[in-house]
Design a binder for this molecule. Sequence first.
Ligand code: 5RP
Length: 307
Amino acid sequence: MQLGLVGLGKMGANMRTRIQEAGHQVVGYDPRPEVSDVATLSDMVAGLDAPRAIWVMVPSGEPTRTTIAQLAELLEPGDVVVDGGNSKYTDDHPNSELLGGNGVGYVDCGVSGGVWGLRNGYGLMVGGSDEDVTRLMPIFDALRPPGERANGFVHAGPVGAGHYAKMVHNGVEYGLMHAYGEGYELLSAEPLITDVEGTLRAWTTGTVVRSWLLELLVRALDEDPGLAEISDYTTDSGEGRWTVEEAIRHSVPANVISAALFARFASRQDQGSPALKAVSALRNQFGGHSVKDTSGRSFGETGTPTT
Ligand SMILES: O=C(CO)[C@H](O)[C@H](O)COP(=O)(O)O
């Protein structure tokens, strides 16, 4: 199948490779000519046979809304657009209506897996009509991990459901990372524990708290013993806030997720928390998100896997 892919950043570029490796043809567009397959968005559209499928993988908010508005001008009835970024789910209906006015379908897809998704596959949470989702299944199958479709892929509901599921996923991510961070801090504070990293490494196998995030924490400690180089200053890109807003709307007592979000805010006021160093190191490990070193300089991409 052919796919137009808008946005060839650290997620989009890896997704292009994975989709191509599954035998599909990708025409990628990015404003940076050195990574783009075509010069303009309209060249990308012109390079695809109708009916077209276009995947948008650009930062959420204005960049995604603008891209979708531009596509609405360029596409034809029967085409379909996927927003694979971390958009707020409330953006999905306006985007869907804008495109639908011209007979263009719309699917929202939460994508999890960070910079490791190229080799491990991406977890996908999809919202849209059965017809649009079925049509895009070859692309979803190329991106998701191998094996059972239900492990790593869900058609969670109508338009908006994919981004809602991804928002909650990211809220859970905040809570998990913070719990590991607190555990790391407590182990580090206790003189009885003479091998903190070894204890965390032991937890990665057999225990009830084993997980990929825990493996990444051990990896971060291997690369930076004692997390000496990293500041606890931890940013956020919105999903945690939206999860807490939704918890309030539904009167769900989201104690853990809101505490983890507020701890990130505190990290920007009062630096020096080992738990937040761990959270910051984990964001860098799984997503290649930029972090600060102890002198306040931003750096990133150290989590990019070499395999
Ligand atoms: O979607 C992701 C992982 O699943 C991103 O890496 C995540 O959005 C990072 O979020 P934040 O910047 O708020 O920590």
